[in-house]
Design a binder for this molecule. Structure first.
Ligand code: LLP
Length: 424
């Protein structure tokens, strides 16, 4: 459930008409609902804590690293799942304790590892033996111990889009399942590391719980094997990945179904179960507002609705053929068939093809729904467009939480080398 609703024929975020934000800040602009973020954070946590004795939840910051969003989640007791030094600094800036931060990712560099050890990071999810050896060296040299889990690739197909699938053996993530016990044993012997658990994450936008269940059962078997060999496994990180409805009225497994599956798959584990949700918390807590530039006739009967948002602002349709519902902010009740496209000079800059939408004309405002996760964070400035701003709403209040970065600011950061200046 989210707090983007129609009131008197106009789309609102909580108690604020979205058109007011579009007029004041301009478009495109992302708008987040704080009440929705809070609600999702609580529903997810409550579902899991109802069935598991000991849990830890780290928000996968890659889904939405905006500082205000992180503050809201920090206030709900969420830690952070990070994948870079930049995300670490953001998590700390949001007041998330370093001890509640989990560091994932196949390419953690020496500087990032050093900084993470220095701040007392909660858990490193090692993606390879090589990374563990390097971290052990860094931590030991600093006279510290890095707390670690070993990420395992269970070779399970998450049955999601290939580009966001991470648990097949051909994917770059984690160590091979059949090598994991031996690697865990070797890393446990290293000074500078405290191996305390296993981690797994098989993919994102998962809408069928069976592959996850299969992966977790495999992880349970590995945990038992390691414990049988005398190693400590007190923490099991089951990653993120739970999918969200991108279409109105789509029925998907929710946090309650997910928790029931987890309770069954982890029964008798006697471990702290860790989670790294991203999309399920932030996805439906955000929309991308846009204005129709013009409606252009096409060679077919389906016109192009050209909007001022583009693939640089919301990359998901171009990258993953993702569906985002489109809604007029003040629908007339009429419908039209349209292709919704942005101004960027490539055909992949298409949000919807031959879709039945609210009828719109030049100047009308609309919203792409479910844009709170992997939206603003994946934006760029392709075609020398501005970096899209972000707004947070809470009740009848709203504030810009990330400014629009104008092309002039980006241009000002560029320099022409002196040999080119001298050329004329
Ligand atoms: N943990 C790890 C180790 C991950 O790699 C990810 C996502 C998550 C947690 C969070 O997954 P979530 O709960 O959000 O599904 N840009 C793509 C999604 C990429 C997901 C990458 N990893 C998209 O727009 O669909």
């Amino acid at each position: 459930m989210d707090h983007f609703t129609y009131q008197n024929g106009e789309l609102y975020a909580e108690d604020v008409p979205l058109s007011a934000i579009a007029k004041a800040v301009g478009t495109p602009v992302y708008v987040y609902s704080q009440a929705t973020l809070t609600r999702h954070a609580r529903v997810f946590r409550d579902a899991l804590s109802a069935v598991l004795p000991s849990i830890h939840i780290a928000f996968a910051m890659k889904a939405n690293p905006n500082l205000a969003v992180l503050k809201v989640l920090a206030g709900e007791g969420y830690g952070a799942d990070i994948v870079s030094g930049g995300e670490l600094e953001r998590a700390l800036a949001a007041g998330i304790p370093a001890g509640d931060v989990v560091f994932s990712g196949v390419g953690k560099g020496a500087r990032e590892l050093t900084r993470a050890v220095e701040v007392g990071l909660g858990q490193f999810n090692l993606e390879s033996e090589e990374e563990g050896v390097e971290l052990a060296r860094i931590a030991a040299a600093m006279g510290r111990t890095a707390v670690c889990a070993l990420r395992v690739n269970p070779d399970v197909d998450a049955r999601t889009h290939a580009k966001i699938s991470t648990g097949k053996s051909e994917n770059k993530f984690g160590v091979a399942y059949h090598q994991a016990a031996a690697i865990y044993a070797r890393l446990s012997a290293l000074e500078g590391l405290e191996m305390r658990g296993l981690a797994v994450h098989i993919g994102s936008q998962i809408t069928d719980l069976e592959p996850s269940r299969e992966a977790f059962v495999k992880m349970g078997a590995l945990m038992a094997e390691l414990r049988g060999a005398g190693f400590t496994v007190s923490h099991m990180d089951l990653g993120g990945g739970l999918g969200v409805p991108y279409r109105a009225h789509e029925e998907l497994p929710g946090p309650g179904d997910y928790a029931a599956m987890i309770a069954q798959a982890t029964s008798g584990w006697d471990a702290t179960i860790m989670f790294e949700p991203g999309r399920v918390i932030a996805g439906n807590a955000g929309v991308l507002l846009t204005r129709v530039i013009r409606v252009k006739q096409s060679a077919t009967n389906t016109p192009f609705v050209v909007v001022d948002a583009a693939m640089n602002d919301l990359a998901r349709p171009a990258m993953y053929d993702a569906w985002h519902d489109f809604a007029a902010l003040a629908p007339s009740g009429e419908r039209m068939m349209a292709n919704i496209v942005g101004p960027i000079c490539e055909s992949s800059d298409t949000f919807a093809t031959a879709r039945d939408i609210d009828a719109v004309q030049a100047g009308d405002l609309g919203a792409f729904r479910t844009a709170g996760a992997y939206g603003a964070t994946m934006a760029n400035t392709y075609n020398s467009r501005a970096l899209v701003p972000e707004v947070m709403v809470s009740g009848d209040k709203w504030a810009v939480v990330a400014q629009r970065i104008e092309p002039s600011v980006i241009l000002a950061a560029e320099q022409v080398p002196d040999w080119l200046e001298q050329a004329d």
